[in-house]
Design a protein around this ligand. Structure first.
Ligand code: HEC
Length: 138
């Protein structure tokens, strides 16, 4: 009897634990790109000019490189120059991340208080200028 319990219960418990663990691990290591449609529609009201890009660069270097690294290259989640956009690649979605931050296992705080709307849009222009391969959004 004891043997049967071990034979049945042990694999079941192992399975449950490994499943739960795999879920957690995947959650941390595999970011799932998604869109925020309601923000994607919002367009940058400030024309993407050299001036705006230069302003955005200055602001980003002051507030963001601590986590997003030199030339904005961090890991795949914080790399702002690659083509992987976890929270969407449109102007409005990037603006929204800067304003409200993100939730999740490695969240980013929002910069609603520190940065004015205008400053956030300049950053969007700068980030867009960094993209090497371009995205689906504009
Ligand atoms: C304290 C660390 C930290 C600071 C400071 C920070 N970020 Fe982030 N940022 C993160 C992390 C971590 C993520 C990934 C979060 C996630 O995927 O949920 C992220 C994600 C992002 C994303 C989304 C990238 C994507 O793939 O969709 C953008 C855009 C972004 N940050 C811009 C900025 C800007 C602009 C600033 C400065 C105003 C800034 N961040 C400052 C940590 C930071």
């Amino acid at each position: 009897m004891k043997k049967i319990v071990i034979l049945i219960v042990f694999p079941v418990i192992t399975f449950i634990f490994s499943y739960a663990f795999a879920q957690t691990a995947e959650h941390i290591h595999k970011p799932h790109p998604h869109k925020h449609k309601q923000y994607a529609k919002v367009k940058n009201p400030i024309p993407m000019s050299e001036q705006s890009i230069a302003k955005g660069r200055k602001i980003l270097e002051k507030y963001c490189t601590e986590c997003h690294g030199e030339a904005s290259k961090g890991n795949e989640k914080t790399d702002l120059t690659d083509n992987l956009w976890i929270h969407g690649d449109s102007d409005g979605e990037i603006f929204h991340v800067i304003m409200d931050g993100t939730k999740g296992p490695t969240p980013m705080k929002g910069f609603k208080k520190e940065l004015t709307k205008e400053m956030r849009w300049h950053i969007v222009s700068y980030i867009k200028s960094l993209k090497k391969t371009g995205g689906t959004g504009q």
